[in-house]
Design a protein around this ligand. Structure first.
Ligand code: 2M8
Length: 428
């Protein structure tokens, strides 16, 4: 293990710890984010399994009555993020938890993280009844996705806002956003630009739509009806992560020795099969589908590669080929670009439209390992450590030069580098 990387990553996680949870980054993201916390727990488990449990418990305690795990749990001491607690006013919405949260969700990586945290110290986990507490919460969360986000007959869950995908300004959302008839107006608050360069963040036009969609959803009490959701898109990564987490839920139910609430492996298989409806033969990748118009969003993005995580995915070999080829250049580019290097829409520094991110590199390293491509997975893990420690754990990097972008001392960058380093030492 590289001790210098390990201690630098640990320092980032200690610095961003806020007593019961970790913030993604002190300035730009001062609250608790849903899928960040799951990624962070995956790293924290090597430093303190107890703290990793707390990270997830803190998010679970903000669960809504309908089962949703919120995108953001607000820290009441901070009012410098937009849209914040005053925008959402979640306490006025029936079924919201006692703490202030956003009404949207993020990708469901939590069951997978919960299992990994448990496995890092099973006796401490059993002693604190971590899985006993987590399992019903996770089942309710997945049931929310199944019942409230699934379009009849599709077998997939839809996101109702680009923020829910975690890949905020991916080109997948361009056309569905164009079809949204409304905007927040000219006066769009952008406190994010105090912490990152405007050329590295979503545009003002996108933010206008983001806030309009969030306000429309909020004003309908975060109901998932058609009127409240003029944006509804099925994303490959979101659904692949859900299917992967269903496999983790199956393992958790087995560990607890209880009859599962429903057949988790069957659900995972169903989502995996449904993902085939997102396969685009011409591009050789999975793509997103606008669930309102039915149109496939014909772009190669890192999201379309994430189904590689699923053991029974139909086009795994083609995805590996795409990952290694000129569009993503695995092993030659830095990590895995968020968007096709050859597309006219590719931008090496703008957020999710080109830069490489450490969480998607981690997902693909895990996928490659499962598929037996161990050397490529190790190379990816080694570049994560190198690019992160060279540049103060950046949020994302230029896929050609490795130049850092976004904020620094970013928690999931640190947590996931740390995880890969420890796994390599343990021979996993
Ligand atoms: C980014 O998204 C937030 C909104 O959720 C933002 O731009 O303010 C995304 O990269 C998302 O994936 C991430 O969870 C969040 C916090 O790191 O930041």
């Amino acid at each position: 293990m590289n001790d210098a990387v390990l201690s630098a990553a640990t320092a980032v996680l200690l610095r961003n710890w806020r007593g019961r949870h970790t913030v993604p980054a002190g300035g730009l993201y001062p609250h608790q984010w849903s899928w960040d916390s799951a990624f962070i727990a995956i790293g924290l488990r090597h430093l303190s399994p107890r703290r990793a449990q707390q990270e997830l418990d803190s998010l679970f305690s903000a669960q809504w009555a309908d089962g949703r795990l919120p995108q953001i749990v607000f820290d009441p001491r901070r009012d410098d993020y937009s849209p914040g607690a005053k925008f959402w006013r979640s306490d006025r919405i029936p079924g919201s938890p006692p703490v202030s949260t956003a009404g949207l969700v993020q990708p469901p990586n939590h069951a997978w993280a919960t299992l990994l945290v448990h496995q890092s110290d099973p006796s401490e986990s059993r002693r604190r009844r971590f899985l006993d507490r987590a399992y019903p919460r996770l089942v309710a969360w997945h049931e929310y996705l199944n019942s409230r986000r699934g379009a009849p007959g599709s077998g997939l869950a839809a996101v109702v806002h680009p923020w829910e995908s975690g890949l905020d300004n991916s080109p997948y959302w361009d056309s569905p956003l164009d079809n949204v008839d409304g905007s927040f107006g000219e006066d769009v608050p952008r406190p994010d630009l105090d912490h990152a360069d405007a050329t590295e963040r979503p545009s003002n036009k996108e933010y206008g739509k983001y806030l309009y969609l969030a306000a429309t959803y909020r004003d309908a009490d975060c109901d998932d009806s058609a009127e409240a959701c003029p944006f509804r898109v099925e994303d490959p990564a979101f659904n692949a992560i859900w299917a992967r987490s269903e496999l983790a839920l199956a393992a958790i139910a087995e560990e607890l020795g209880i009859a599962p609430a429903y057949d988790h492996r069957e659900r995972s298989r169903g989502i995996t099969l449904a993902l085939e409806s997102l396969w685009d033969e011409e591009l050789g990748t999975y793509v997103a589908r606008d669930a309102i118009t039915g149109d496939l969003q014909k772009y190669r993005t890192v999201s379309g590669l994430v189904p590689l995580l699923l053991p029974e995915i139909g086009h795994g070999d083609e995805l590996e080929e795409l990952l290694r080829g000129p569009h993503f250049e695995l092993g030659k580019s830095c990590l895995v670009p968020s968007h096709d290097l050859l597309a006219p829409t590719f931008d090496p520094s703008r957020y999710w439209r080109g830069p490489s991110w450490f969480n998607t590199a981690w997902l693909l390293a895990e996928a490659l390992k499962t598929r037996g491509a161990t050397v490529e997975a190790q190379t990816l893990a080694a570049s994560m450590a190198e690019l992160a420690s060279r540049n103060d754990f950046p949020e994302y990097v230029d896929p050609h030069s490795g130049e850092p972008h976004g904020t620094r001392l970013f928690s999931w960058t640190a947590a996931l580098c740390l995880d890969q380093q420890v796994q390599q030492t343990e021979g996993n």
